[in-house]
Write a protein that binds this ligand. Structure first.
Ligand SMILES: C[S@@+](CC[C@H](N)C(=O)[O-])C[C@H]1O[C@@H](n2cnc3c(N)ncnc32)[C@H](O)[C@@H]1O
Length: 187
């Protein structure tokens, strides 16, 4: 080996192994749940916030909250409502918990859980940015569980059976559509 070759010390080696393990855990969970922890960009988050009603009765859930960005925006816009980010992937979840510790928001909590196994019947509103197969699993659960008047705002992916009541396109988010759904108030 040449005398100029970079020497890797134990600290650098440990950091590199830790980083690679972290990337591997994120990748394994992205494959397991079928959705990577890619956050909605700023323009998409703002469009989602604009599609939500001014007043919401009950908790607001971000289903698959990843690193926590959208949940923080929701907590800021609705200081009177509990905002709950639900995330299964441990590393994004840990980062969102750390952010919550640093940037205290009394109405914001994060749960490490599978939202498909979480009771969402008290939700006043829900947001999500998933994939089509995750939306297919979520749709029957929400239709069976949500209370009348609950609002769902989805970035990029629509439900198959449930007709949206409003939509906007966001050019700055790769021309993604944002869809709004309303749980009917009478049958
Ligand atoms: C594309 S990110 C969206 C992050 C955030 N909601 C936003 O819009 O910026 C989707 C997240 O959903 C999570 N996820 C997918 N299925 C899940 C499930 N069944 N339970 C909990 N989290 C899930 C993934 O791990 C991923 O971090």
């Amino acid at each position: 080996m040449s005398e100029n070759a970079a020497q890797v010390g134990p600290l650098e080696a440990t950091l590199l192994i830790g980083f690679l393990l972290g990337v591997a855990v994120v990748a394994v969970y992205a494959i397991r749940v079928g959705v990577p922890p890619m956050p909605s960009n700023r323009a998409a988050r703002q469009a989602m916030l604009r599609l939500l009603p001014e007043r919401i009765e009950g908790p607001i859930y971000d289903l698959g909250s990843a690193w926590g960005g959208l949940a923080f925006d929701l907590a800021r816009q609705y200081p009177e409502n509990p905002v709950i980010g639900i995330e299964l992937s441990p590393i994004p979840y840990a980062v969102s918990r750390l952010r919550a510790l640093l940037l205290r928001r009394p109405n914001l909590t994060f749960r490490r859980a599978d939202f498909l196994k979480t009771d969402l019947s008290d939700a006043g509103a829900l947001t999500c940015y998933l994939m089509i197969w995750a939306m297919r699993k979520l749709e029957p659960k929400l239709c069976a569980e949500l209370k009348p008047g609950a609002v769902v705002v989805s970035h990029a992916f629509a439900f198959v059976e449930w007709a949206h009541e409003d939509q906007v396109i966001v050019p700055e988010a790769g021309s993604a559509w944002i869809y709004r759904y309303l749980m009917p108030t009478s049958s």
